[in-house]
Every structure is written in C-alpha cells, then in structure tokens.
Design a protein around this ligand. Structure first.
Ligand SMILES: Nc1ncnc2c1ncn2[C@@H]1O[C@H](COP(=O)(O)OP(=O)(O)OP(=O)(O)O)[C@@H](O)[C@H]1O
Ligand code: NI
Length: 268
C-alpha cells in the first residue's frame, strides 16, 4: 500500500512582532512525520498544544499568513505546495475542523450543507443534505437553524456531514468526537472505519485514546511539535510494557482506567 498522505519533517514557525518592532520567530512544529495509506485510520494523539491542529491546517494549506512552513506534504505520491493543497481541500482532502467556528454564523445550516453537497457534485444537493444529516440523527428542521442555535454535539455532527459529503480520498478529522455522547462517539468513529475500509485514508486527531484504539490501524504520538512514536494499537494493553517509547507509555498509564499514574521525569 502506498501512502495517500505523507507528511515528512514538517516544521512551522510563527513570525511575531514584539511591540510592533522587534521581529521574533516562535517554533510551533519542530518535525512532524505522519503517513496514511488508503484503507487506514491513523490516530494522531498528544497533549493539548502538541501541534495536532497545526498539522491538520498545514496539510490543507490553511496556515495563517505569518506562518513559515518547511518540510514535505505529499498527496498521492506528489509533493504539493500549500497553494496546491488548498485547491484540493474539500475534494481530494477534506478537513473536519476542531472548531465549530468554521461554520458561517450568518448562514443557515441547510445552505452550508447543501453547498458542500453541490461542491461534492451531488445531483440533488437538497436531498443529499437531508440524507447526510438524517444519517447522523438530525431531522430536517435542523436545516433551517443558524449555527448558534445548535448544541455543541449537533454542530459537530453537521461538520461531520459536511466533511464526508465529497467522499474524500484523505480525511483529516480534528477532534471529531469532542462533546458527543458516548454512543455517538462510537458511531462516528465507526463511520471513519467504514470510510477507510472503502479506500479513504483517515487521520483521526483525538484525545480519546481508548475509543480511537478500536478503529485505528496505527497510533502516531506527538509531543511539543514533534512526532515521537508510532505505535501499534494492540500494544496499548495492560501496564503498557509492550509500548516502546516512554512518553507513549506515560500517556497510556495516565488514563483513569490505568490508575492515573503520573510519569516520573526520567520516563517522560
Ligand atoms: N496562529 C498562531 N500563532 C502562534 N502560535 C500558534 C498559532 N496557532 C497555534 N500556535 C501554537 O502552536 C502550538 C500547537 O497548537 P495546536 O493548536 O496545533 O495544538 P493541538 O495539539 O491541536 O492542541 P489541542 O489538543 O488543544 O487542540 C501551540 O503552542 C499554539 O500556541
Ligand atoms: Ni487541536
């Protein structure tokens, strides 16, 4: 299997100006590596601020103008610059954004979901929109609402409906299950598994390591802007002794079910 998405040595610096005068550069990503092949769900985990969303935005060519990017992002074997990646957004590569702020606050849900359906080439966008929401337990009345009238969980389901509409070859899902009830977490993750089984490469960014293990083929662990480990989901078991990297082990052992064990400095 060749990788549909390959991120190699990705670095991102932000250029900032102190009191409008002195220029300084802040390194946000310092070497991220991640590959995802057709048919794979690759989970990307790491603490808050580790750089997961930045990686997602870089892949889609959506970094802000003050970001300086180095490294390689290849899609289907071809290295692409940010501009070319932006052109693929919503077609070959889709982002399921972490923030519901990606929804247009002024426009009704129906209009936004129909737009995704139209961009995806559905012959009947109205029907496609209704069906996509219905599949996620949202009735047609939701189409008439504005984003601020949605609960967090409903908004997230709308984003899932929009991001998966085009049947992208690569889906980068950034915290797609945050705020969802447990039953919906499982069905949402199962949907990503089905997409992968049908040939999509899915990057699943999540804090919910245990839920992710049920659907992931590989787990990429990042810390402070770097990929530190790639682990087999089956290694996350028992006391974590089959996990090679001490940081990965400490993430596993810190979970409530594993006794909230706080890593010692030597391990972490
Ligand atoms: N526009 C920006 N300018 C400067 N620094 C930024 C910018 N965007 C992100 N960062 C920094 O980059 C780092 C990584 O942020 P990122 O949002 O990717 O983390 P994350 O792993 O997605 O965290 P979370 O799990 O909380 O979503 C953070 O230290 C953040 O402060
Ligand atoms: Ni994030």
């Amino acid at each position: 299997m060749s990788a549909l998405l390959e991120v190699r040595g990705l670095e991102v610096d932000f250029v900032q100006y102190e009191r409008g005068l002195r220029r300084r550069t802040v390194r946000a990503l310092a070497g991220m590596d991640l590959t995802a092949a057709a048919g794979e769900v690759v989970a990307l985990v790491g603490a808050s601020g580790a750089g997961k969303s930045l990686l997602a935005h870089a892949v889609l060519g959506l970094l802000p103008p003050n970001a300086v990017e180095r490294g390689t992002v290849a899609y289907d074997g071809v290295d692409l610059d940010p501009e070319s990646r932006r052109r693929l957004a919503g077609r070959g590569i889709a982002l399921l954004p972490q923030s519901v702020g990606f929804l247009d606050p002024l426009s009704r849900v129906g209009r936004q979901v129909r737009r995704s359906a139209r961009l995806a080439g559905h012959p009947d966008p109205r029907r496609a929109a209704e069906e996509a929401l219905a599949r996620r337990g949202l009735g047609p009345e939701v189409l008439r609402l504005h984003p601020h009238e949605l609960s967090g969980g409903m908004a997230r389901r709308v984003l899932v409906a929009m991001a998966t509409m085009s049947r992208p070859r690569v889906l980068v899902a950034d915290e797609p299950t945050t705020g969802l009830p447990a039953a919906t977490v499982a069905t949402t993750l199962a949907e990503f598994r089905v997409m992968a089984d049908e040939g999509c490469a899915v990057v699943l960014i999540t804090h919910e390591l245990v839920a992710a293990l049920a659907v992931a083929d590989r787990v990429v662990i990042c810390r402070d802007g770097r990929t530190v480990d790639v682990a087999d989901p089956r290694a996350f078991t028992g006391d974590g002794s089959s996990l090679r990297h001490p940081y990965t082990r400490s993430l596993w052992q810190a979970l409530p079910a594993n006794g909230f064990r706080v890593p010692t400095t030597a391990e972490a």
